[in-house]
Design a protein around this ligand. Structure first.
Ligand SMILES: [Zn+2]
Length: 161
């Protein structure tokens, strides 16, 4: 249905799958989520933005000309598995779980203005959503960010100060 490779397709997540959308963003999928639009509008957005529609609506997924993946699992863990096994793992850095924006590295000094003191004192690397401004830092339950942090540190060290 889609040529699998390093580049996972952009996704449009249908209503009822908001938790899945957040999980997929954290795994690095570009996962737009809308829960307030009629099917026809969802289909149009998916086509215009070349997004694969992820839905629990079997009828919608089966409509002619609609590029969609039907997700049957009830739990979010299984849904993530379904999507990942269909698309392959995302190799992209995590995205903002709140708004799907791209995350960029910011300095500890910049972060210290917005994060709690104990976080600024104990963490060294921070990322910020370019769209909504939310700041994240590596946590033990966020292995994706940990991995990206190591990569971004490598990149920074490759640049002259
Ligand atoms: Zn955001």
């Amino acid at each position: 249905m889609h040529e699998m490779g390093a580049k996972a397709p952009k996704l449009l997540i249908d209503a009822m799958l908001g938790t899945l959308a957040r999980r997929l963003r954290w795994l690095g999928y570009d996962a737009a989520y809308r829960n307030d639009l009629p099917d026809d509008v969802m289909i149009r957005i998916a086509q215009e933005e070349e997004r694969l529609l992820i839905t629990r609506d079997r009828q919608l997924a089966g409509r002619r000309g609609v590029w969609a993946l039907y997700v049957s699992a009830a739990t979010v863990e299984e849904q993530v598995q379904e999507v990942a096994s269909a698309l392959g793992p995302s190799l992209h850095p995590p995205r903002c779980t709140v708004c799907n924006g791209e995350l960029i590295a910011i300095t500890k000094e910049q972060a210290s203005l917005v994060v709690p003191d104990y976080v600024a004192q104990t963490q060294d690397v921070f990322v910020k959503c370019q769209r909504c401004g939310r700041v994240y830092w590596p946590g033990s339950h966020w292995p994706g960010l940990q991995r990206w942090r190591e990569q971004s540190v490598d990149r920074r060290q490759g640049q002259s100060p």
